[in-house]
Design a protein around this ligand. Structure first.
Ligand code: ADP
Length: 507
């Protein structure tokens, strides 16, 4: 039984934990690659060395055969009688006594005439030459194979090191024969054995040194990463302003630290924005809630009130509740927009018609302030977009234009199509927005004249209308800009890309 039902954290087995370390994995990889390279290099070296040894031996055997046959020629011409060939061969074999070499002469039928082993004086100075070498199977196979070509190199196996063998057909003094020279490979094989032994201890030592060095190198290279990770681990909401130390901003780790720091910058900006948004939202909500509460308290505290007074109180309560609903809806829209969860519902319609409808619905508002509301006739503007969102954007802009224009003013609306985009402009003759505040009017909860909006309580604006309108334009891959604002009025323009043309409904 575990307290609170929490299972103890399982530790990985020690071997696996070791492999979880990048340092260990890097070292193992490095050592494995080095081992493969060293073994491959040793094999190649061994092979090249062996090849060149064999080549040198072959050259040597060919030269020896030349010298031997010259001697044999000379001796044959000096000898006479039926054994002249054999005698001349014995003299030549005696004269060419070499350590590690065996000479043998065969007649045209392949019978042995003379060999170094038959002539005691010429017997090679190594004890290792086995007595039955020339009658061994391996030698016979070589001899048979050599009969097919004029000169033939091959190998003859024996119990110890093998022999490099060279067979050459010749004719001398009218007699044809085959000269065979065998050279022991004992010395070469001994040397190669030593090379192999050297590799066998040098490679493991090299690998050990390389892996220890590799481990420390990996540790040193990864030390900044370890430092960064512990620094990053200490950064939380309370100290989001702290940043990772960048040791060398030109290398990869410096780049990583800079990327991480810029991520922190973005995070802390969005965190601050979020906090400001929460503070502003609660501040905005507090006013209507306080009015609601106050009004209800006043209504409840007075015993005898006339129905008119109750009606008036209920009217205030209703107005504030409406304003509250409006703010909460706006907040909800923005929150969903921020989370990317506001689903657009595009459909085909005509933008000029939509603008006309919005102007029509704003007429009552304009009339109440004796504002002349004009919609300049526009050409057909088919568009594919979310109609209710665009309606909301245009109504927001119209609402602002009427709200911030004094009585008797004028609001003009245009809808034009130009270069792949439509422009909807709303121009008013209000007092304009102070130049220093123009860049901030799209911020959330921003009001150029807070005092006036609050006191007049004119239409429940919380400073969210333009933020939502800009988001709507951007959600349609367009933009919303304040194109002009001075003491004689302001113009807001929405730029919307032209979508695929819808079929016009017959009316
Ligand atoms: P609000 O709900 O306060 O109107 P908005 O986001 O729609 O919020 O507008 C932000 C601020 O921009 C307003 O408080 C106002 O000061 C300024 N503003 C917007 N439209 C106009 C306009 N047509 N003329 C002058 N000021 C405007």
């Amino acid at each position: 039984m575990f307290r609170h039902g929490i299972a103890p954290r399982q530790r990985p087995p020690p071997g696996k934990a070791m492999l979880d370390s990048v340092r260990v994995r890097l070292t193992l990889w490095y050592t494995a690659v080095l081992a493969v390279v060293l073994v491959a290099l040793s094999l190649i070296t061994y092979f090249i060395f062996w090849q060149s040894t064999v080549q040198r031996t072959d050259v040597n055997l060919a030269e020896l055969s030349n010298a031997f046959l010259t001697t044999l020629d000379a001796e044959i011409s000096d000898q006479s009688g039926p054994d002249a060939f054999k005698l001349a061969g014995q003299v030549a074999v005696t004269e060419h006594r070499f350590r590690d070499h065996v000479f043998a002469i065969f007649d045209a039928k392949g019978n042995l005439v003379v060999s170094s082993q038959d002539v005691p004086l010429a017997a090679p100075a190594i004890d290792s030459v086995p007595a039955g070498l020339l009658s061994s199977d391996s030698f016979q196979r070589f001899l048979n194979a050599s009969s097919r070509s004029e000169r033939f190199f091959g190998k003859v196996r024996s119990n110890k090191a093998g022999y490099r063998a060279f067979a050459r057909h010749f004719s001398s003094g009218g007699k044809a024969g085959t000269l065979v020279i065998l050279q022991s490979l004992h010395a070469q094989q001994e040397m190669l054995g030593e090379v192999t032994v050297t590799f066998a201890w040098v490679i493991p030592i090299a690998l050990l040194l390389a892996s220890v060095g590799g481990y420390f190198l990996a540790r040193k290279s990864l030390a900044p990463v370890v430092a960064m990770s512990s620094q990053a681990g200490r950064i939380g909401a309370a100290n989001l302003h702290e940043r990772l130390a960048v040791q060398n901003d030109r290398d990869e780790l410096g780049h990583l630290a800079r990327s991480f720091n810029s991520l922190l910058d973005r995070l802390s900006q969005s965190f601050e924005r979020q906090q400001r948004f929460m503070a502003d939202a609660s501040h905005e909500l507090r006013t209507p809630v306080a009015i609601l509460r106050g009004e209800a308290e006043v209504a409840l505290s007075q015993q005898a009130r006339s129905p008119e007074e109750y009606r008036e109180s209920l009217g205030v309560l209703h107005h504030e509740a409406e304003r509250l609903t409006h703010i909460v809806e706006d907040l909800f829209t923005l929150t969903r927009a921020d989370a990317g969860q506001y689903p657009l519902q595009p459909r085909d319609f005509y933008l000029d018609e939509l603008v006309g409808e919005c102007v029509h619905s704003a007429r009552t508002l304009a009339l109440a302030k004796k504002i002349c509301l004009n919609f300049e006739e526009a050409s057909e503007s088919p568009i594919r977009a979310d109609e209710s969102l665009l309606r909301r954007m245009i109504l927001n802009l119209l609402d602002n234009a009427i709200k911030y224009t004094s009585e008797g003013g004028r609001v003009t609306v245009t809808c034009r199509g130009r270069d792949e985009e439509y422009t909807v402009s709303i121009t008013d003759t209000g007092g304009g927005i102070p130049a220093d505040l123009q860049s901030r009017i799209f911020e959330r909860f921003f009001r150029a004249d807070k005092a006036r909006s609050r006191v007049e309580n004119d239409g429940g604006g919380a400073g969210l209308g333009l933020s939502i309108s800009r988001w709507i334009a951007e959600a349609h891959h367009g933009r919303l800009e304040l194109t002009r604002s001075d003491s004689i009025g302001s113009t807001f323009t929405a730029y919307l890309p032209v979508g695929p043309s819808p079929p016009r409904s017959s009316d």
